[in-house]
Design a protein around this ligand. Structure first.
Ligand code: URA
Length: 189
């Protein structure tokens, strides 16, 4: 993982490399059973070199805590692209493709049983699903012996504050319960 860090901090495989302060590689348990893949670093992440440390990250911590999961113990968290897209725009397909080798190597090293794909970019890059996240969130997708689940991106939940039944936040709470149940099932089998 350290080597991936040194590569990414010198990487010029796409234009995002020109503006980075730090490449953002990942944090959490490098042997975690769950990996969470986001989209790309935001401003705080670019400044600190750590993924999901801004508002989205704080919300994610709360969602995980609701089912007694912590990033330090149970999760390794990273992004599709390691360098911040300008104005926090969605990474372009060629940027995601240029960075994909690093992500695949991270998956190989961590070897998680469960991979949560937060948002459409992660879903498209890793499982090739191009449907809207609303249609496929909460469903398990099996690929090469791993279980993937698309979930809403926490930034989307921050823009949709309602907790009413059927709201994005409410649905996220359902999805994270499924993740907890699956992890318990895998651990006891
Ligand atoms: N922070 C990250 O590191 N990734 C995201 O996708 C959003 C916020």
């Amino acid at each position: 993982m350290e080597q991936i860090g040194s590569h990414c901090n010198q990487c010029q495989r796409c234009d995002l490399g020109a503006n980075r302060t730090h490449a953002v590689i990942g944090r959490g348990n490098p042997k975690a059973p769950i990996m969470i893949v986001g989209e790309g670093p935001g401003q705080t992440e670019d400044e600190t070199g750590l993924p999901f440390v801004g508002k989205s990250g704080q919300l994610l911590d709360k969602i995980l805590a609701a089912v007694k999961l912590t990033i330090a113990e149970d999760v390794f968290i990273c992004n599709v692209v390691k360098c911040r897209p300008p104005e926090n725009r969605t990474p372009a397909t060629d940027e995601a493709d240029a960075c994909k080798g690093y992500l695949l190597e991270q998956i190989r090293l961590v070897d998680p049983k469960i991979i949560l794909l937060t948002g459409a970019t992660a879903m498209k890059t890793l499982v090739g699903i191009k449907q809207g996240i609303t249609k496929v969130r909460g469903q398990w997708v099996e690929r090469d012996g791993r279980l993937y689940m698309p979930i809403f991106h926490p930034a989307y939940l921050l823009r949709n504050q309602s907790r009413e039944q059927g709201s994005p936040k409410w649905l996220m709470w359902q999805d994270i319960q499924l993740v907890r149940e699956k992890l318990d099932e895998i651990r006891s089998s």
